[in-house]
Design a protein around this ligand. Structure first.
Ligand code: MSP
Length: 648
């Protein structure tokens, strides 16, 4: 029996699970279910990555020990799985004793073979990424992921001779076009390998700096670098080296990761495997990023989508369907609740749900709810059967190549074809005319095609597929179906069984109402964020009176307000401070005020601020404003006072 081993990345436990984690796990789950139906023996692994600086920092923040902290967050990831309909075979944690032992065994093996050496290293270390960056990799001196300044660290460490395997890796990728897919990521890795010498990989951290890790078996002053530790989960979870699962499932493995961790999986991992004497994995499947409002999801931006909220609101199956349908595997995609609801309405409620409720109620009406015997098939029926066969075949090929959205599209060609067939074959006319034989053939043709649709949907929407199969009157677990046979098979729906029509499984969402709700929720969130902004402005450190007295505050009257010719966000103002002539002041107030709002107003001006040139014009002072939860207010006097009056 062919074997199929599927993995997700093991997730860091320094933050709670979000949409991105849910997506990768759902993809892996879908693949496992699909390959199971393709007749393979499957094993599906997910888990958590629990060592490293980030964890220690997060535990400190939460006033608990690292172990307490990782236990808590790892459990959150674990709890999410059943809620998302995930049927993993194992959940690995890098703090498992068995995993740590494998890390040590592999390190020792590679050390003994001479591929690990002791040396000195200096590099720019980003604590967020838990990795060193070379000068070249930084963007304006900042970490490209976190836009923070990494710390330069020089220390003695152990290194893995990754460079030794550069040529082998390149050749392997060239010889195996599907090793890294889709193609764009394969190209990215090849160009990285072509761009120069691969550096050796620093695989240790001195305990003086970090204790929370797997101790090196050959030097207890060091712990293992998180990536060398984490990547080995893919074999430790199979009980390497003697476990049955390791013998069965390695190297029939498909890894799924997003583009953020391409390099560790495409370069570190295969070279580590080679050095440790393992076969390379079969495929690395790399997907893009879910963006929210076209930006990266991030806790600090407050746009992290909590997967469970969406899954609960729309049903887990709709959530899964949307994620697989809307993202073209490999590319980025934008998440919005509105697009999810639109998909639910168009493809699930209209196309699929309607088809089932319509056809099944006709079976009830015309045949007392019993699957009728087909008579002779006409050309139109044969065309539909041909469409069914092609859709199943295409769906299977596309899913096998991780092209989920196109696979679903192929299946929907059949769903839409079925809806057209209902209209063109007009069962209601056949019933009126009493043509029972033809009516029976039409109904049976549709029901048999619908059975195929329901089965193919199981990897994507397990619960709904089971319900649809039940509505067709089958007492059958879709997991046990044989998809390849479905391409040619006909007539597997038994004649004479009773169908069980139900209401449309996918209710329509009122889009106008939803838009209003979203708008209101956005407004409320914006207000709350602004309030928080104002509230958290702490009082600055105390200053001496003499320092305060240095600031010369005057009342001025705004006489001219124009756009700054070269700076979009600035006004060029002329303000009368009772001096010989008005002063030119440049002000960044455009976001909150129009020229008319400011013209003729009395404002408070810092009059002795050193002149500053901004985009070719000089500013002689600054007008003071107050930032409020709703925007900005200008600071002014409670009544009209002569221009130039000094505040004291
Ligand atoms: N611990 C490492 C992986 C070690 S694997 C040996 C790690 N963890 S992570 O928690 O940061 O997870 C990264 C993965 O989460 C991505 O590769 C992807 O699978 C998923 N996603 C996180 N954010 C994502 C999006 N915005 N969009 C899609 N998936 C993303 O890296």
């Amino acid at each position: 029996m062919e074997r199929f081993y599927i993995t997700t990345p093991i997730y860091y436990v320094n933050a709670k699970p979000h949409l991105g984690h849910a997506y990768t796990t759902i993809i892996a789950d879908t693949m496992k279910r699909f390959q199971q139906m393709m007749g393979k023996e499957t094993f599906f692994l997910t888990g958590t990555d629990e060592h490293g600086d980030k964890i220690v920092q997060a535990a400190d923040k939460n006033n608990c020990t690292p172990q307490e902290y990782v236990d808590q967050i790892s459990q959150l990831f674990k709890d999410l799985l059943p809620e998302l309909g995930i049927c993993n075979d194992h959940f690995v944690r890098t703090t498992d004793a068995a995993h740590k032992k494998v890390v040590q065994d592999v390190l020792q093996k590679v050390y003994d073979s001479g591929d690990i050496y002791f040396g000195e290293y200096g590099g720019h270390y980003c604590y967020g990424c838990e990795r060193f960056y070379t000068e070249k990799e930084l963007e304006d001196g900042l970490c490209p992921q976190h836009q923070t300044k990494p710390e330069y660290i020089a220390e003695k460490n152990y290194f893995f001779k990754m460079s030794k395997y550069q040529d082998w890796l390149k050749q392997h990728i060239l010889d195996n076009p599907e090793f890294i897919r889709p193609e764009r990521y394969r190209k990215e890795v090849l160009s990285l390998l072509d761009s120069g010498e691969l550096e050796d990989l620093c695989i240790s951290r001195p305990k003086t700096r970090l204790e929370w890790g797997v101790e090196l078996p050959f030097d207890n002053n060091f712990v293992t670098y998180v990536w060398f530790d984490a990547l080995l989960n893919y074999v430790s979870a199979l009980d390497y080296p003697d476990g049955e699962n390791f013998k069965k499932f390695w190297p029939s493995v498909q890894h799924i990761v997003a583009k953020d961790i391409l390099k560790p999986h495409a370069i570190f991992w295969p070279t580590m495997l080679k050095a440790a004497g393992f076969e390379p994995y079969n495929n690395l499947n790399v997907h893009g990023y879910w963006l929210v409002n076209d930006t990266k999801m991030s806790k600090s931006l407050g746009n992290v989508v909590a997967p469970l909220e969406m899954a609960k609101k729309y049903g887990n199956d709709t959530f899964r369907f949307f994620l697989l349908r809307d993202m073209h595997f490999g590319n980025d995609a934008s998440f919005s609740e509105e697009s999810l609801a639109l998909r639910q309405n168009a493809e699930l409620a209209n196309d699929l749900g309607n088809l089932f409720s319509r056809v099944l109620s006709m079976v009830k009406k015309y045949f007392g709810g019993v699957v009728p015997q087909p008579a002779e098939y006409t050309e139109a029926d044969m065309e539909l059967r041909e469409l069914a066969s092609n859709s199943c075949k295409n769906f299977q090929q596309l899913f096998d190549n991780v092209r989920f959205s196109y696979g679903i599209e192929s299946l929907w060609e059949l769903v839409r074809g079925l809806n057209k067939y209902v209209d063109s074959s007009q069962p209601w006319t056949l019933a009126k005319e009493g043509d029972t034989a033809r009516l029976g053939t039409v109904m049976y043709t549709m029901l048999e095609c619908m059975r195929k649709v329901a089965l193919h949907l199981w990897p994507v929407m397990p619960e709904s597929a089971e319900k649809l199969v039940g509505q067709l009157g089958l007492d059958f677990d879709p997991a046990t179906a044989n998809l390849p046979a479905e391409v040619e098979a006909w007539g597997l729906l038994p004649v004479g069984i009773e169908v069980a029509p139900g209401s449309n499984l996918f209710p329509r969402v009122d889009i106008d109402k939803l838009r209003k709700e979203i708008e209101e929720a956005d407004k409320a969130a914006e207000q709350a964020a602004k309030k928080e902004d104002v509230a958290v402005q702490e009082i600055a450190a105390p200053i001496e009176f003499d320092d305060f007295a240095k600031v010369d505050l005057r009342i001025g009257k705004v006489l001219v307000v124009e756009d700054h010719p070269k700076a979009d966000r600035l006004f060029r103002c002329e303000v009368d401070l009772g001096e010989e002539k008005p002063r030119q002041i440049l002000a960044g107030l455009k976001e909150h005020f129009t020229a008319e709002d400011l013209l003729g107003r009395q404002v408070v001006v810092v009059a002795n601020l050193k002149p500053r040139k901004i985009r070719g014009l000089e500013s002689h002072g600054m007008m003071l404003a107050l930032k409020t939860a709703d925007g900005m207010e200008m600071l002014t006097a409670s009544g009209e006072v002569p221009a130039g009056t000094k505040a004291s």
